[in-house]
Design a protein around this ligand. Structure first.
Ligand SMILES: NC(=O)c1ccc[n+]([C@@H]2O[C@H](COP(=O)([O-])OP(=O)(O)OC[C@H]3O[C@@H](n4cnc5c(N)ncnc54)[C@H](O)[C@@H]3O)[C@@H](O)[C@H]2O)c1
Length: 270
C-alpha cells in the first residue's frame, strides 16, 4: 500500500537547521529517509548534527549560510545540486529576535530601537523571502517542491513586548498566502507553499524571555503555560509530524495554510 507520508530520498533544505527546532526536524526527516541539508551559521553545531544523522544511517550535509545574503545562498544551491541533484523541500526556519526590537516591561514604545526593529524584520521576513527566491528555481525546473515557512503565535495575536518579531512573523504568514497563489498560478500545482506556527518551545531565541538564569520560569513563561490548555511548552519533536505531512504527498491539495502546533494556545479564551 502507498505511504502518503513517504519522503524517502527527498532532498530537504533547512535554514536555521542548527537551531533547537531545526535540529529536531532534521534528525526526524533523515530518520524517515530524506537527504537533509542543514544550513546555518555555526559549522561546529551543524557538523555535529550531520555526524549524529550519519551514525544513525541517515544522509545529511551541512552548509554555512546567511539567509540575508543572496551570493552565499546561490553558492549553497550550487553545492546542493552538485551533491544531490535536486531540491524537494525548503524549510525556512532561520529566525529570531533581538533585545532592541522589544519593549521592556518598564519601558515604552518610545524605547524601541528602530535599527534593531529593522534587523529583526530583515532576518525573519527577508530571510524567508530571499531563500525562497533562490531555492524555488530548481523546484520550478522539476515541477515539484514544497516550501514551509516558520510563522508564530505572535502573527495571529501580537503579544506584549515583541513588537518587531510579531510584525515580521505576520509578514511571513501573509507572504505564505501570497506565494501559494503566485507559484500555483505561474507554475502549476507541483509546488506548494505553507507555514507552520509553533506555539511556545523553549529555545535559544526565547530563553531569556521565558526563563530566569536559574532555569525557573519568568512571569512571562508562567503566563504562557497558563494560557496553554495543555499546561506546558511544546517539545521540538512535536513539530516533526506536521512538517513531514506538509512536504509529503499527503498534503498534495494543501497550499497557503498556516498549521498551528501550540497545545491549544491560540484558541484559548478563558
Ligand atoms: N521556539 C519557539 O517557541 C518558536 C515559536 C514560534 C516560531 N519559532 C520560529 O522557529 C524558527 C526556529 O527557531 P528556534 O526556536 O529553533 O530558535 P533557535 O534560536 O534555536 O534557532 C534559530 C536558528 O536560526 C539561525 N540563524 C539566525 N540568523 C541567521 C542567518 N542570518 N542565517 C542563517 N541562519 C540564521 C540561528 O543560528 C539558529 O540556528 C524561527 O524562525 C523562530 O522564529 C520558534
Amino acid at each position: 500500500m502507498k505511504n502518503l507520508f513517504d519522503i524517502k530520498d527527498n532532498v530537504v533544505v533547512i535554514t536555521g537547521g542548527t537551531g533547537v527546532l531545526g535540529r529536531a526536524i532534521a534528525i526526524h526527516l533523515a530518520d524517515q529517509g530524506a537527504k537533509v541539508v542543514i544550513m546555518g551559521r555555526k559549522a561546529e553545531v551543524g557538523n555535529a548534527i550531520v555526524e549524529e544523522i550519519k551514525e544513525n544511517g541517515g544522509e545529511a550535509m551541512f552548509l554555512v549560510t546567511d539567509v540575508m545574503n543572496r551570493e552565499i545562498l546561490e553558492q549553497n544551491l550550487a553545492d546542493i545540486l552538485a551533491a544531490y541533484g535536486r531540491v524537494d523541500a525548503l524549510l525556512n526556519a532561520a529566525g529570531g529576535n533581538m533585545p532592541g526590537a522589544t519593549v521592556a516591561p518598564t519601558g515604552t514604545f518610545f524605547d524601541l530601537k528602530i535599527e534593531e526593529f529593522q534587523r529583526v524584520l530583515d532576518l525573519n521576513l527577508t530571510g524567508t523571502v530571499l531563500p525562497t527566491q533562490v531555492f524555488l528555481k530548481p523546484m520550478v525546473e522539476q515541477n515539484k517542491g514544497a516550501i514551509v515557512n516558520f510563522s508564530s503565535m505572535a502573527a495571529f495575536r501580537p503579544m506584549t513586548r515583541v513588537c518587531g518579531y510579531a510584525a515580521a512573523k505576520a509578514g511571513i504568514s501573509n507572504f505564505t498566502a501570497y506565494m501559494a497563489t503566485e507559484v500555483a498560478k505561474k507554475f502549476g500545482e507541483g509546488i506548494r507553499v505553507n507555514a507552520i506556527a509553533p506555539g511556545f518551545f523553549l529555545t535559544e531565541q526565547n530563553r531569556s524571555l521565558l526563563t530566569n538564569p536559574d532555569g525557573s520560569w519568568t512571569q512571562r513563561g508562567e503566563d504562557v503555560i497558563r494560557q496553554t490548555p495543555f499546561g506546558r511548552m511544546g517539545r521540538a519533536e512535536e513539530l516533526c509530524g506536521t512538517i513531514q505531512y506538509l512536504i509529503s504527498e499527503a498534503a498534495s491539495f494543501v497550499t497557503g495554510t498556516v498549521a498551528v502546533v501550540d497545545g491549544g494556545f491560540n484558541t484559548y479564551a478563558m
